[in-house]
Design a protein around this ligand. Sequence first.
Ligand code: NAD
Ligand code: UFG
Length: 336
Amino acid sequence: MKKILITGGAGYIGSHTAVVLAEAGLQPIILDDLSNSSEQVLDRLEEIIGEKPVFYKGDCNDRAIYEQIAQDHEISGVIHFAAYKAVGESTQFPLKYYRNNIGSLLVLLDFMQEKGIKDIVFSSSCTVYGQPEILPVTEETPRQEAESPYGNSKKICEDILVDFIKSKPGMRAIALRYFNPVGAHASAKIGELPNGTPNNLVPYITQTAAGIREKLTVFGDDYDTADGSCVRDFIHVMDLADAHMKALEYLSKQDLDFYDVFNVGTGKGDTVLGVIKTFEKVNELELNYQVGKRRPGDIEKIFADTKKINEVLHWQPSHSLEDSMRDSWNWQKSLS
Ligand code: NAD
Ligand code: UFG
């Protein structure tokens, strides 16, 4: 059984990816410092996949933990999710973000090269595009100056991968640029666990519906969009997880010293107000919300051109926005 190291595997996207890998007959090996997740996720994974994943509690910046993992397991490939991801916090503590997000990639690449582990899939973000002039965004759309140290850390990590692969290390890398991950596993046993007050739309919606937050504020309805609210490309986390599986399969068939980048989205833009309406409709409830001021730094509209990932990785999303809103709500309900 092929063993895949998943850094940040106890987190939101990593845990769902562990399920997809296990169901495809691969063995997920999780490395996580639990800085933004809980060990309980491992029990939940056991309930879903029938076996507790091998877990190492440790910091991805610590070379010693990788040595331990390599002694215990022959690793075939790595998916590197581990990172800090709070945009606002990154503007307050940029060094914390650069140290963790960039430092961990450097330590990991050194380790992989030394041990002859060839394949890495890296978590990037559509934040690298800023506000694109032309929509949908393709992978050729120029990246823009980052709006935050978090966004910049993703850009820098992509650049590091490009330069590293150019040096012919005998490895292969794919950066996946995620659009807006939402939803949860259909079992409602795993999902997104935001720390404190959520910054992201969907956890804010579900926490408002659950009565944890009094009301949701829609940040602006005077944008140049169908209903005036911002547009995003909301991708179900299980589809996103599946894209990692497809990326690993594809990498293993490429020549060495290969690098490429793929958008992972649905190709469809939905407005914030449209998401709220869908949430209300599929879950048959009314959400307490008001329209407020624009949020500084927000992108007006962005959604992915998915032609490349559809054709090259043979990946298609299979969940609708309705599925995402139902699964997110079921997950929220399971928490109370
Ligand atoms: P998450 O916080 O739920 O998961 C990240 C996991 O990494 C957490 O379990 C955390 O404890 C762990 N971690 C952080 N630093 C670590 C370290 N030094 N050593 C070991 N473990 C560490 O986040 P997520 O939403 O699952 O995001 C996964 C990846 O996808 C991140 O790289 C993130 O930047 C990227 N991404 C996320 C989104 C999104 O909206 N969720 C969008 C684009 C890109
Ligand atoms: N929004 C609201 N009210 C809220 C929260 C969000 O109206 O309470 C709106 C935002 O203004 C935005 C949309 O919902 O128009 C989506 O906002 P999110 O914060 O959920 O997502 P963003 O697209 O702004 O940013 C997210 C992550 C970033 C990442 C980016 C691209 O937060 O880390 O996606 O992957 F960089």
